[in-house]
Write a new protein. Sequence first.
Length: 146
Amino acid sequence: MWLSKPKPEQKPPFFVWSDAEHSVGVGTFDEEHQRLTLLMARVHEALQADHDRVEARKLMEQLVVETRAHFRREEGAMAAAEYPDLPAHAAEHAALMDRAEELLRQFRNGGVSALVFPSFLRDWLVPHMQAYDRKYAASMRRQGLR
């Protein structure tokens, strides 16, 4: 009699994009947000499934670079649209970048689990998109940005 091995338990994905839940209504920035969340999930996977700290570090560094570039583009579009809450929004971005860079530094030095990084981003990014980014969409659409 052959005994079959039980199938390994499938864990739910770390993050799943949903237009209804995560879209801000500006296609360019929705695409960038999707890219950032994909990188965030890849960091998590590199650590959780593959146990590959080297790959996770590379992805974390890439995520920090791409997030910084995304914020510059987003803030530039807000300035062009004369979005009145740009200063507060930019301050939110700066706070995220400070924290992300600090977590990356701690990870490089072995002072923090790398799983803290994607969890922090997920817990920050989703509410930020829903509460802050959706507010700028109307201003940008009036300027023709879709």
